[in-house]
Design a protein around this ligand. Structure first.
Ligand SMILES: Nc1ncnc2c1ncn2[C@@H]1O[C@H](COP(=O)(O)OP(=O)(O)OP(=O)(O)O)[C@@H](O)[C@H]1O
Ligand SMILES: [Mg+2]
Length: 236
């Protein structure tokens, strides 16, 4: 059974019909990437999963259970962590306080020390910055903290929206490796990523989205070998 399923999801902002029948699946332990141009509806898909905007038609299911229409807090409690585009690190809280907040929202209340040790294993830089306030972190460190804060809640699936956006190439490479390591340790990831190379390197499967619809589904290899899809729907 797939872990997360979207079945014919239609989402509106006011009268604007943005998602027009999005169906996709994310299997246990997969990295699945949504890729597509600016405005394609990628973020809206993640927001529809989290119940931040409600799907007006269709269903979102977690382990077969219908979660469409539940509140965002309840969806997080059931095990979906959302790392938004804008990173949303709390500027006046320290790294440690940001991480402690992350532990509150998720499905399990594990031993805090274990969870912290695990994320510091992935992000040694955050351990060095543990007492620094969010606003004094670099862009890359903020992104690491945003991901770490999702991870300490031990989610069943993490939705990560454009984690590499605006980062220097070396950091992009570093973050790609960390996300891959997180997945190999058992976390399922639904990723939104504009950089084709990052998407191809990380994903088990890829969905290409355009104008609120899924236009292609396949393995990274299949997308690599399909210049028509790349030219029609991606900025390359
Ligand atoms: N709050 C909103 N109110 C009205 N329209 C919105 C709102 N948010 C997004 N839209 C519109 O919905 C469409 C899809 O936006 P969305 O943010 O999902 O795209 P995206 O694929 O994530 O793009 P990007 O790559 O730029 O992040 C766009 O046309 C956008 O202008
Ligand atoms: Mg977006």
């Amino acid at each position: 059974m797939s872990l997360l399923t979207l079945d014919d999801v239609h989402t509106y902002y006011g009268e604007a019909h943005i998602l027009q029948g999005v169906s996709l699946t994310v299997g246990e332990r997969e990295v699945v990437t949504l890729i597509g141009r600016n405005g394609a509806g990628k973020t809206t898909t993640l927001r529809s999963i989290m119940g931040i905007v409600r799907a007006r038609r269709g269903h979102v299911r977690l382990r077969g259970e219908d979660i469409t229409g539940l509140g965002t807090h309840e969806i997080a409690r059931r095990g979906i962590a959302w790392i938004p585009e804008e990173r949303r690190v709390l500027p006046n809280l320290t790294v440690l306080e940001n991480l402690r907040l992350g532990m509150l929202g998720g499905p399990t209340h594990r031993d805090g020390t274990d969870a912290l040790e695990e994320v510091f294993g992935y992000f040694p830089r955050l351990r060095e910055r543990i007492a620094h306030r969010g606003r004094f972190l670099s862009g890359g460190e903020q992104q690491m903290l945003a991901i770490a804060r999702g991870l300490v809640s031990h989610p069943a699936v993490m939705l990560v929206d454009e984690p590499t956006e605006g980062l220097a190439p070396l950091l992009v490479q570093n973050l790609t490796e960390i996300l891959s390591a997180i997945n190999k340790r058992g976390t399922t990831i639904l990723l939104v990523e504009q950089t084709l190379e990052v998407a191809l390197a990380l994903s088990h499967r890829v969905y290409v989205m355009d104008q609120g619809q899924i236009q292609f589904e396949g393995t990274p290899e299949q997308l690599r070998r399909d210049p028509t899809i790349q030219q029609r729907f991606l900025e390359i």
